[in-house]
Design a protein around this ligand. Structure first.
Ligand code: FAD
Length: 552
């Protein structure tokens, strides 16, 4: 495979003589999405130069950061793995260390690892419409902690920066936290040397992290209490699905990956659709499953019956029923109550009960951060992302040559982030063949909707609502949360819908997004090239005479 990861040297290309390095694509972040994006560029745009800037000193993102006991996937690996390098192992639910190894191996196989620039945090990016490229500023931190500013330019900015802050997790301001005499831990920063042998542990939380941590801690702790304010929907799934083994035995090797991927995609999607359409039925099925696992007379109503519908918030997976087994053997109990305050020896609850604890784990969630905290501007004008609608959940209204890899919340992240990366490759190939320099999403006659871009009512999503871009009232300004529909829209449909392509120096990308988005927003705007498919034919919906794309 040709190695085009190296950039244009400062002596040539668009920045000749300026000493500033230029790349065709700058990928921000070397987690699952960033590695996937770099691999896709190598596969589908071998002509493109690119660089990956990563603020940490390791690749893997989430799967390198989180080190708490039991850390594992909660979606199946056949869809969390990349389609171009299918998950090679038999288990569908994998430990964090195995996922990290898979990412490291993928980066090595595709020659990405050698080209990641670690300790480079991208802090700002300004799009220059005349030059048709981004001027990016990153902060490089050396081994002594000295920070230096680094400048480079890129034609396309690909944000793969995840969705939460790495420097802190969400921690409610519990009263009396300073009085607590034991060990207080946030799962995001698990101390390597924390010894929980024989300890009394309280885990505050009821999300995926708590559900994973609690049975893992119970293996060596004296006792673990899962303290939740309100219950979450949980379902027990086998770590290794027996059907997977059969498929593997029956099918030729090259078919395994796609077949397992589709099987898992469709079953997850089907269950999600059923939950939305028949919530009562799904509630009953989930409850039956839980009742089968727990001792007779267990208070399922209080501890495992949420007040919301299935998939209003993420459904949590219990692997091989491990949590239920620990409840049955008495090493774990679930308490549904509120923290009144921390005490010297534990937690006082609103009910008056006190939970003694040597270790308290605050599995209270993530602190959302959009676009890795990068300050965006176009021609020097700051872009307020909360004023913009997201195009296909991956680009921003009025912002040229920028995409962000944001995965599904109701299925494996990779399904959507990989579709996004492939779509970006299509756009890049199109720009190259048409001679256009910019591609900008333009909304016409679309109303802003109040729905969340992330499609969940989970605490971390609600807390971050005022940081996220908006959704429109129709596709492509509204996300589907459906792989099957997105696949059609992003892989097979034409590129035109809602996008404006222009030659260098002609872009007018800064648009007024205050107020309504009228149907005639672009009246009078001129473009050089209009929109054409790579073969030169205009896609359906393109108004050639106006040189504009007519959105649906
Ligand atoms: C504990 C946990 C378990 C999860 N389990 C699942 C699961 O089972 N299935 C699933 O689908 N999803 C899961 N998720 C969601 C998960 O985050 C995604 O699956 C996936 O790892 C996201 O990959 P990413 O590369 O987009 O983001 P991340 O993994 O967050 O990686 C982002 C990278 O970008 C870097 N970065 C951020 N900002 C900047 C910047 N400004 N400059 C330079 N670098 C930057 C970060 O340092 C990081 O390395 C889980 C999340 C958590 C927290």
């Amino acid at each position: 495979m040709t190695d085009r990861t190296t950039s244009t040297t400062p002596g040539e290309g668009p920045n000749a003589g300026t000493g500033v390095e230029h790349v065709d694509v700058l990928v921000v972040g070397a987690g699952l999405s960033g590695i996937g994006a770099a691999c896709r560029l190598r596969i589908e745009c071998p002509w493109a130069t690119f660089a990956v800037l990563e603020s940490r000193d390791a690749l893997g993102g989430t799967w390198d950061l989180f080190r708490y006991p039991g850390i594992r996937s909660d979606s199946d690996m056949f869809t969390l793995g990349y389609p171009f390098r299918p998950w090679p192992r038999g288990e569908s639910i994998a430990d964090g260390s195995r996922i990290l190894r898979y990412l490291q191996d993928t980066a090595a196989d595709y020659g990405i690892d050698r080209h990641i620039r670690y300790r480079h945090r991208v802090v700002s990016a300004d799009f220059d419409p005349v030059a048709g490229h981004w001027a990016v500023t990153a902060e490089r931190t050396d081994g002594n902690g000295t920070v230096e500013s680094v400048q480079l330019t890129c034609t396309w900015l690909m944000s793969c920066s995840g969705y939460y802050r790495y420097d802190r997790g969400h921690l409610p301001d519990f009263e009396g936290m300073d009085d607590y005499g034991g060990t207080l831990v946030h799962p995001q920063f698990w101390p390597e040397d924390l010894d929980h042998d024989g300890a009394r542990v309280v885990v505050i939380g009821s999300g995926a992290t708590a559900i994973t941590l609690v049975p893992a801690l119970a293996e060596r702790a004296a006792h673990v209490t899962m303290l939740q304010r309100s219950p979450t929907y949980v379902a027990s799934l086998p770590r290794t699905n027996p059907v997977t083994g059969r498929v593997r035995r029956l099918l030729p090797r090259r078919w395994e990956g796609p077949v397992l991927r589709w099987m898992n995609t469709l079953s997850t999607q089907g269950f999600y659709e059923l939950s939305r359409r028949r919530p009562g039925l799904v509630k009953r099925v989930l409850r039956k499953g839980i009742e089968r696992e727990l001792p007779a007379g267990y208070d399922v109503d209080t501890h495992f019956t949420p007040r919301y519908d299935p998939w209003d918030q993420r459904l949590c997976v219990v692997t091989d029923g491990d949590l239920f087994a620990r409840i049955r053997d008495g090493s774990v109990d679930v308490v549904t109550d509120h923290v009144e305050r921390f005490t010297r020896g534990g937690i006082l609850l609103s009910s008056g009960r006190e939970l003694p604890a040597d270790i308290i784990v605050t599995a209270t969630g993530l602190d959302l951060l959009f676009l890795g905290g990068i300050r965006l501007s176009v021609a020097g004008e700051p872009v307020d992302v909360t004023e913009r609608m997201a195009y296909k959940g991956m680009m921003l209204e009025g912002v040229p040559n920028l995409a962000m890899a944001v995965g599904y919340t109701n299925a494996s992240w990779t399904l959507k982030s990989d579709l996004t990366c492939r779509y970006v490759c299509r756009l890049l190939n199109h720009l190259r063949s048409s001679g256009d320099a910019t591609c900008t999403p333009v909304a016409q006659g679309v109303q802003v909707s109040e729905d969340s871009l992330m499609g969940l009512s989970s605490g971390y999503v609600v807390r971050a609502q005022d940081q996220l871009p908006r959704q429109g009232d129709r596709f492509p300004w509204r996300v589907h949360q459906s792989y099957v529909r997105d696949l059609r829209a992003m892989r097979h449909d034409g590129l035109g819908e809602g996008l404006r392509f222009q030659r260098a120096g002609t872009a007018e990308p800064v648009i007024d997004v205050s107020g309504d988005r009228p149907a005639d927003r672009n009246e009078g705007m001129t473009t050089d090239a209009g929109v054409v498919e790579p073969d030169g034919t205009p896609p359906a919906g393109v108004d050639r005479s106006a040189g504009l794309v007519v959105g649906h």
